[in-house]
Ligand binder design. Structure first.
Ligand SMILES: Nc1ncnc2c1ncn2[C@@H]1O[C@H](COP(=O)(O)OP(=O)(O)OP(=O)(O)O)[C@@H](O)[C@H]1O
Length: 646
C-alpha cells in the first residue's frame, strides 16, 4: 500500500500482569493518514487493549508505536464505556471538554452545532444519566470529535445506533477523513466496516490481515468481509502457534514522552477539573450541604452560648433572714455605736450590689424556685440565707473561742454553685469572700474594733509554679469527643464526597477519556485539592463566626477585669488566642474572659506534654472543664500563675 502512515505499530506485545497470557502477540499494524481504518475482530481478541496502547492509556510490554501526532491533545478517544460525567447536562459536558482542550467560544459553538446536527443529539439541557444507551453513545462521540483531533480513535461507536443514523455517522466520518483526520474505528458489525478505507482483521492478539475491504474480498474470492474473516481464521488455525521471540522484544517507549503540552496545559486542565468538581458539587448539593455545612452549623449552635443568650451572670438569693426581702431595713443607716441591730443578710446583699454590679441578684421566695432557675442555667449561684443567720454570727462573735459546732452550723449560709463551670466556681467563691470581708470589716469598724480582724489569716504571694507534667485522673472525655468528632466529620466530608466522585468517574470511564486528553494526575490532584481547601475554608469561616462572637465577649470581659491582668502573660496569650481564635469554637462558656486564653495555653501545654488521652479526645479543652484533680508536678519557667490552673 502506498500512503503516509498516521500510526505504525511494530512487534506489539502486551499482557496484563507478569504471567498472564499475551493479549497482543507480535502485532503489526499500519494506519493510513486521512483515512478510516476499521479494526475488526471477535470479542476478547485485544482490540480495546490495542487502542488503549495507541492513546497512551496503557503501555506495551514490548514493541513500538509511531504516531503522526506527538501530543495527546491531538487525539480524540472514545472508550467503550459511557465515559461521560453522568450528572452533567450535555451543555456542561461540552463546556468541560472545550475547557479541557482550550477551545475558543466561537470554535466550540460552531463545532457543537455541527455535531448536534450530524449525530442528532438530544437537547443540551438533558442530563447524561437520563439518556438512553444510544443517545449516550452519540453524546460520547460528539465529545470525542469536539476538538477536531488529528487522530480519532473510536471503540465501537456504532453499537446501539439506529441503522439510518449509523449510516449518516459513517458518511460524517468520511467527510472528516477527507478534511484531514485519520480515524480508527472498531466495530462488531463486520459488514459495516466495508465503508472504511482499510480494514484490519484481528484474532487472538494477532492482526491477520489489513487492506482495503474490496481488495481483501477479491483476494479471497468471497462475497463479503465475514467470509474473508472466516478464511483468515482457518488459515490461523492451521498455522503454527505464535511464540514471542527474543529478537522481537523491542523496548517500548511512549510516543508521548516529549509531549510539549505537558506543562503548558496545567492551568486550562486544572480549571476544567475545577469546573467539573464545582458542577459535581452543585448537582450533589444536598449531600454536601447536609453533611458538611449543616454539621458546622450544628457545631456552632451546640457549642456557642453566645448565639443563644448572653451567658447567665446572675446570683439567686433565698433570704430567710429576719428582715426577709430587706425592704424595711436600711443597710447604710446601721450604726453599731448607737446600739442598732445589724442584719448581715441585708448588709451582704447591699454590699454585693455595690461591689459586684456586673453580677445582678435575683431574689426568690424559696429554694425550689431558685433551684428551678439554676437548673435552667439562668443562675450561676444560689445563696440560701438561714433564718437566724445574723443572730448566729453575732453569737459567734460573742462566744469567740467558746462557740460550738452547732452554733457554727447555724450561722452558716448555704451556697449552691454550678459546679459544671469550674471557673465560675472559682470566681464566685472569690467574689463571696470579697463581699463578706467587706461587710464584716465595716461592721467591726462601726463597732469600734480593728477591721483587719475579719481578714482571713492568709498572705497570698504570687509565685510561678508551672509544671511540665500535668496528670489527669478520672476525667470524662466524652463531652469533648462528640464535638470534636462532629468537627472532624465536617472537614472530612468534602474529602469523602470528592473521593466518591473520583471513584464513580473512574468506574464510568470518564477519567480514561480525561487522561487520554493529556490531563496529568497532578492536575487532577490540584483540582481536587483546591475544592477541599475551599470547602474547609468556608467551613472554618462559618465556625469562625462562632469564634468572633466568643472573641468579642472575651475582649469585653478582659477589659472589664483589667485590674486582674497582673501579668503580661495574659496579654501574650490573648494575642495568641486572637491569632488562633477558631480553636475556641467549642467553648461553651463565653462568659469567662480568661477561659479561652487559658484553655489555649492549656491545650498547647498538654500537646507539649504529649498526653495521648487528650489527643484521643480530638478537640480543644477548657479550663473550667478541667477536673479538680489536675496536678502540676514539676516546675518550669512560665508566665502564668499557678492558681489559674487549679
Ligand atoms: N484489565 C485487564 N486485566 C486482565 N485482563 C484483561 C484486562 N482487560 C482486558 N483483559 C483481557 O484481555 C483480553 C482482550 O481484551 P480486550 O478488551 O482488549 O478485547 P476486545 O477485543 O476489545 O473485546 P470486546 O470486543 O469484547 O470489547 C481479554 O481476554 C480480556 O479478558
Amino acid at each position: 500500500m502506498d500512503f503516509k502512515s498516521a500510526c505504525t505499530v511494530r512487534h506489539a506485545h502486551k499482557r496484563y500482569g507478569r504471567s498472564g497470557p499475551w493479549v497482543l502477540k507480535d502485532l503489526k499494524m499500519t494506519i493510513p493518514q486521512n483515512q478510516i481504518y476499521g479494526l475488526l475482530g471477535s470479542s476478547g481478541c485485544g482490540k480495546t487493549t490495542l487502542l488503549k496502547c495507541l492513546v497512551g492509556a496503557l503501555d506495551l510490554d514490548y514493541g513500538s508505536i509511531d504516531l503522526i501526532v506527538k501530543s495527546k491533545k491531538q487525539i480524540g478517544f472514545m472508550p467503550q464505556e459511557t465515559s461521560l460525567f453522568e450528572e452533567f447536562t450535555i451543555a456542561e459536558s461540552f463546556y468541560f471538554h472545550a475547557a479541557l482542550y482550550r477551545l475558543s467560544k466561537a470554535q466550540a459553538k460552531s463545532k457543537i452545532k455541527e455535531l448536534t446536527e450530524v449525530l442528532d443529539l438530544p437537547p443540551d439541557h438533558r442530563v447524561c444519566s437520563t439518556l438512553s444507551g444510544g443517545q449516550v453513545r452519540r453524546v460520547s462521540i460528539a465529545m470525542t470529535l469536539l476538538h477536531s483531533p488529528s487522530l480519532v480513535i473510536l471503540d465501537e461507536p456504532t453499537s446501539g445506533l439506529d441503522p439510518v443514523l449509523a449510516n449518516l455517522f459513517w458518511r460524517y466520518l468520511n467527510q472528516l477523513s477527507v478534511q484531514g483526520q485519520s480515524i480508527i474505528i472498531t466495530t462488531h458489525y463486520i459488514e459495516e466496516a466495508r465503508q472504511a478505507n482499510v480494514v484490519g482483521l484481528m484474532r487472538q492478539g494477532v492482526l491477520l490481515a489489513e487492506d482495503a475491504p474490496e481488495k481483501l474480498i477479491a483476494h479471497y474470492k468471497v462475497d463479503n468481509l465475514e467470509d474473508v474473516f472466516l478464511c483468515l481464521c482457518n488459515e490461523q488455525e492451521t498455522a503454527l502457534p505464535v511464540e514471542v521471540e527474543a529478537e522481537k522484544k523491542i523496548t517500548f517507549t511512549s510516543p508521548f514522552k516529549d509531549d510539549a503540552n505537558n506543562y503548558s496545559m496545567f492551568v486550562p486542565h486544572t480549571k476544567a477539573i475545577l469546573y467539573k468538581n464545582c458542577k459535581w458539587i452543585i448537582h450533589n448539593w444536598f449531600a454536601f450541604i447536609m453533611l458538611s455545612y449543616c454539621l458546622s452549623l450544628a457545631c456552632i449552635i451546640e457549642s456557642n452560648e453566645c448565639l443563644k443568650y448572653f451567658p447567665p451572670q446572675r446570683v439567686g438569693v433565698v433570704n430567710n433572714g429576719e428582715n426577709g426581702t430587706c425592704v424595711n431595713y436600711d443597710p447604710s443607716g446601721f450604726n453599731c455605736s448607737e446600739g442598732q441591730r445589724v442584719d448581715f443578710s441585708c448588709q451582704l446583699l447591699d454590699a454585693w450590689r455595690k461591689e459586684k454590679p456586673q453580677i445582678p441578684l435575683s431574689i426568690y421566695n424559696n429554694i425550689n424556685e431558685a433551684m428551678k432557675d439554676g437548673k435552667a442555667r439562668k443562675l450561676i449561684t444560689i445563696l440560701e440565707i438561714p433564718y437566724n443567720f445574723t443572730s448566729g454570727i453575732l453569737e459567734r462573735f460573742d462566744r469567740g473561742t467558746n462557740a460550738d459546732s452547732e452554733l457554727i452550723e447555724t450561722a452558716s449560709m448555704d451556697i449552691h454553685i454550678d459546679s459544671t463551670d469550674y471557673m465560675a466556681v472559682y470566681r464566685i467563691e472569690q467574689d463571696l469572700r470579697d463581699v463578706f470581708y467587706s461587710v464584716f470589716k465595716d461592721h467591726l469598724k462601726s463597732c469600734g474594733y480593728l477591721p483587719q480582724v475579719a481578714k482571713p489569716p492568709l498572705r497570698i504571694k504570687q509565685d510561678a509554679f508551672f509544671g511540665k507534667n500535668i496528670v489527669y485522673q478520672q476525667y470524662d472525655y466524652s463531652l469533648h469527643i462528640a464535638m470534636a468528632c462532629m468537627c472532624s466529620i465536617t472537614y472530612l466530608v468534602p474529602l469523602f464526597l470528592l473521593t466518591i466522585s473520583l471513584c464513580l468517574e473512574k468506574m464510568s470511564g470518564a477519567y480514561t477519556r480525561v487522561l487520554v486528553g493529556g490531563v496529568r494526575i497532578v492536575e487532577i490532584f490540584a483540582g481536587y485539592l483546591f475544592m477541599i481547601v475551599i470547602f474547609n475554608f468556608t467551613n472554618t469561616a462559618a465556625m469562625g463566626f462562632d469564634s468572633v462572637c466568643y472573641l468579642w465577649q472575651t475582649l469585653w470581659q478582659f477589659l472589664a477585669h483589667l485590674h486582674n491582668a497582673t501579668d503580661l502573660g495574659i496579654l501574650w496569650d490573648l494575642v495568641w488566642f486572637l491569632c488562633r481564635g477558631s480553636r475556641e469554637r467549642f467553648s461553651r462558656e463565653c462568659r469567662d474572659w480568661y477561659c479561652g486564653v487559658i484553655s489555649h495555653v492549656y491545650v498547647y501545654r498538654l500537646l507539649l506534654a504529649n498526653r495521648s488521652r487528650l489527643f484521643s479526645s480530638g478537640g480543644t479543652f477548657q479550663l473550667h472543664r478541667v477536673p479538680n484533680d489536675v496536678s502540676i508536678e514539676s516546675t518550669h519557667g512560665h508566665h502564668f500563675e499557678r492558681r489559674w490552673f487549679l
